[in-house]
Design a protein around this ligand. Structure first.
Ligand code: PLP
Length: 386
């Protein structure tokens, strides 16, 4: 679709994202699917991902107001939930751009009601209950007064109520695994259900969209689906961690590519790159790749990553520079322009996973993907037939 002017770029297979959504929908149906497109669609490039995926999802989630406004500027019409915290003075922007506000405090509820009344428009909002994440939201043990207050609001439209799990990845200790309930997440779920019991006590229906499930909960806890689920990392084809059940078949959509731009023989005793952190004890062929930490290829991975050169795994060597890094081809050869894959699958099936990069960088796959920097062009592909 678009041709990058540098060898280092990320190819996003949009059709794979669609298949991931379809697999999630099949698992959670009849619950609705809101996909999290925050942080530049987890590094995949929101400008390409959002318009393509919109017809296949029920709603879109982002973290911050600017991301929501950007989606509207892209022409996205589906509901957009801004999940992060908002200052009361920013509430009118939600009305202006038809974004769904997360209300995490009595103060923002008041601001939302006032802004709706002033504008003569109903601001859509979801109430956020903190059931144990201690990040944002009204704590479950203080929720009753908050819900009472929400009933008094006649202008703001309370369309949803939700919570977020702190720990839905981790299985129960030995012997209890795969039971419904993943320790802390089950405690959180129980607290959420207790909060929801407010509505039948008052003889009222709950807000139409009750939701809790992130990727790990979708995989591990069907009892957490309620009316809608909020997949993030699994929409991009990556399991949230090694422990999460593989109960939905997904596949990654992103391939981070580069090319050989320099190739030479490196002699024993000649250290490679800044800080002289790697030196060979025999003559080897080393290549240079135009990708470095300013592209999101973390400096702290130095000397650890493997890369695929023409489909074969080789070791990255020497300090990863801002814009370049080197790879040891041992006794093999590669020509200028030959394909390098930093993340993703080669045509022969060899693969470097986001999880691998996460291990080398001492982080998780989320940080790996969201740090592929703006300098790396995103190339969006759609398979024939969609
Ligand atoms: C409120 C909320 N819901 C859902 C998600 C998606 O989480 P995951 O990527 O683990 O599916 C996130 C991401 O952190 C989030 O903040």
């Amino acid at each position: 679709m678009n041709t990058p002017l540098r060898p280092t770029h990320a190819v996003i297979q949009l059709s794979q994202l669609r298949r991931n959504v379809e697999a999630i929908r099949a698992k959670v149906s009849p619950a609705r699917v809101l996909v999290m497109l925050k942080a530049n669609a987890y590094g995949h490039g929101i400008d390409g991902v959002a318009p393509y995926i919109e017809p296949f999802v029920d709603a879109i989630g982002v973290a911050v107001l600017d991301e929501g406004v950007h989606l509207r500027e892209l022409g996205i019409k589906k509901p957009v939930l801004v999940a992060g915290g908002t200052l009361p003075e920013h509430v009118p922007y939600y009305l202006e751009h038809d974004l769904t506000l997360t209300i995490s405090s009595a103060e923002v509820l008041q601001a939302a009601e006032a802004a709706s009344q002033a504008a003569g428009k109903r601001l859509k909002a979801h109430l956020k209950i903190d059931t144990g994440m201690e990040r944002a939201g009204v704590r479950w043990y203080e929720a009753e007064a908050f819900l009472e207050q929400s009933l008094l609001c006649k202008h703001v439209e309370i369309e949803g109520i939700y919570t977020h799990f702190a720990n839905s990845e981790t299985l129960e200790p030995e012997g209890l695994e795969h039971k419904p309930g993943f320790s802390y997440a089950s405690t959180q779920l129980q607290r959420f259900n207790e909060v929801l019991a407010f509505y039948p006590r008052r003889g009222l229906p709950p807000p139409p969209l009750r939701h809790t499930a992130n990727s790990a909960a979708i995989l591990n806890m069907p009892e957490s689906y309620f009316d809608m689920v909020r997949p993030g990392v699994m929409f991009y084809g990556v399991y949230p961690d090694d422990e999460a059940l593989r109960s939905v078949a997904i596949a990654p959509a992103l391939t981070w590519k580069s090319a050989v731009v320099y190739s030479k023989q490196t002699l024993p005793g000649n250290p490679v790159s800044y800080g002289s952190l790697w030196v060979s004890d025999r003559p080897v062929r080393t290549i240079t790749i135009p990708c470095g930490y300013a592209d999101g290829y973390f400096r702290r991975m130095t000397n650890q990553p493997k890369v695929l050169v023409n489909g074969k795994k080789y070791q990255q060597v020497g300090r990863i520079c801002m814009d370049q890094c080197m790879v040891n081809l041992e006794d093999d050869q590669a020509g200028i322009g030959d394909e390098v894959i930093l993340l993703g699958k080669a045509a022969n099936g060899e693969c470097i996973r986001a999880e691998d990069l996460a291990v080398w960088a001492g982080t998780n796959s989320y940080e790996v993907m969201t740090n592929i920097s703006a300098r790396v062009p995103r190339v969006f592909e759609i398979e024939e037939g969609g």
